[in-house]
Design a protein around this ligand. Structure first.
Ligand code: AQP
Length: 346
């Protein structure tokens, strides 16, 4: 038994420590995407072999204008690089350029159970009352996400609160695949809970998350916003007429105030409690004035770099091309193993 355990352990340890994450090109990126995801990817590339993917196949689960989709894909790639993801350390690529994602996805469709998908709360939220009329892709989205992870045998996946359930599903699929085919082909992907990642809410409604698809542009600060736009949006952000409260307990009942302090604390990398102490009892205009300066200072350089990168089409295309070649090199090997294990090989 000991020999068997050691054999399994040594196999488990032989997996390359690899991170995979993706961002959908569904519109201009905002500070929620940056503070909640991209910023937290940067340190990972020092520790793991990292792949960061523009997940265009996920984006089309909801209608996308083809011309805008192309522009948005470029913008996500530019945002990755401008924020500090280094193409010489990490693999940056477009999901649809590596067909193995969808090839594995079909196999995983046949492994996953309908009951598992029926439990996915994100589908219920996104489909709402319109469930009969949304795309089948929106329903099977978590299987494609499992495939994104498994096609690289990723061992670690940075996840925010909203993606935890999808990663659990991936873990169920890994277990069932390895059991069904009596292999140890896929490692069990571990979540990297991004504790520092902030959940940023809409500037117009503190109960709704900041989102690319929100109808109001004043609900979000985009990474491409000018200093003027940043200033206007923060000035107009919803707050109370009264000053900031004196206690955290009172603050908990004020989602918009909470959100502005969260944005401050996330950009400054300063503890929320300390930021709150500094502004308790003060007027919102004091907090907003300082926040405008901070956001402009942090976003300004990223915006300038993004403009430079999106203007240099050839540079971005070269990075994405080389990224997809490196990604496909890994993915094609894994797909071959899957076809061998499942009898699909000819
Ligand atoms: N408001 C947010 N606060 C913190 N993190 C956020 N993320 C998105 N919004 C916030 C994180 O950004 C990463 C990439 O997101 P995505 O584009 O893949 O999907 P999403 O969560 O659906 O993003 P949006 O902005 O809300 O887009 P739409 O409107 O198209 O649905 C993810 O890690 C996400 O958690």
């Amino acid at each position: 038994l000991l020999k068997k355990c050691l054999k399994i352990m040594s196999k488990k340890d032989s997996f390359v420590q690899r991170v995979l994450s993706g961002v959908q090109p569904t519109g201009g990126l905002h500070i929620g995407n940056y503070l909640g995801a991209i910023k937290n990817f940067i340190p990972l590339q020092e520790k793991y072999e990292s792949l960061f993917c523009v997940v265009d196949l996920h984006a089309i689960t909801v209608w996308q204008d083809p011309n805008e989709l192309l522009l948005n894909k470029r913008e996500v790639a530019a945002a990755f690089i401008a924020s500090g993801i280094d193409p010489s350390k990490s693999i940056i690529f477009n999901q649809s350029n590596v067909p193995e994602h969808t090839q594995l996805s079909w196999v995983l469709n046949c492994v996953a159970r309908i009951g598992w998908l029926n439990r996915m709360t994100q589908f219920k939220d996104k489909a709402g009352k319109n469930r009969e009329n949304v795309s089948v892709g929106l329903y099977t989205y978590p299987i494609l996400m499992a495939s994104d992870i498994m096609i690289y045998k990723a061992t670690h996946v940075p996840v925010g609160e909203d993606q935890k359930q999808h990663l659990e599903l991936t873990r169920d699929i890994v277990l069932k695949f390895n059991n069904d085919f009596k292999v140890n082909l896929f490692p069990m992907p571990e979540p990297i809970i991004m504790e520092k990642a902030a959940r940023i809410m809409s500037l117009r409604d503190g109960a709704k998350k900041m989102s690319k698809s929100d109808a109001s542009e004043y609900s979000r600060i985009m990474l491409t916003d000018s200093d003027d736009e940043i200033s206007k949006k923060i000035k107009k952000a919803k707050t109370d007429a009264k000053p900031l409260p004196d206690t955290i307990k009172e603050l908990e009942r004020m989602p918009e105030a909470n959100n502005l302090l969260t944005i401050f604390s996330a950009f400054e990398e300063e503890k929320f409690d300390l930021v709150f102490k500094r502004y308790q009892g003060k007027n919102f205009s004091d907090l907003k004035k300082d926040l405008i300066e901070i956001v402009i200072n942090k976003i300004g350089p990223i915006r300038q770099e993004m403009i430079k990168l999106t203007n240099d089409e050839k540079y971005l295309e070269d990075i994405l091309k080389s990224g997809s070649e490196k990604a496909e090199h890994i993915a094609s090997g894994v797909l071959k193993e899957v076809y061998d294990a499942t009898g699909l090989k000819f």
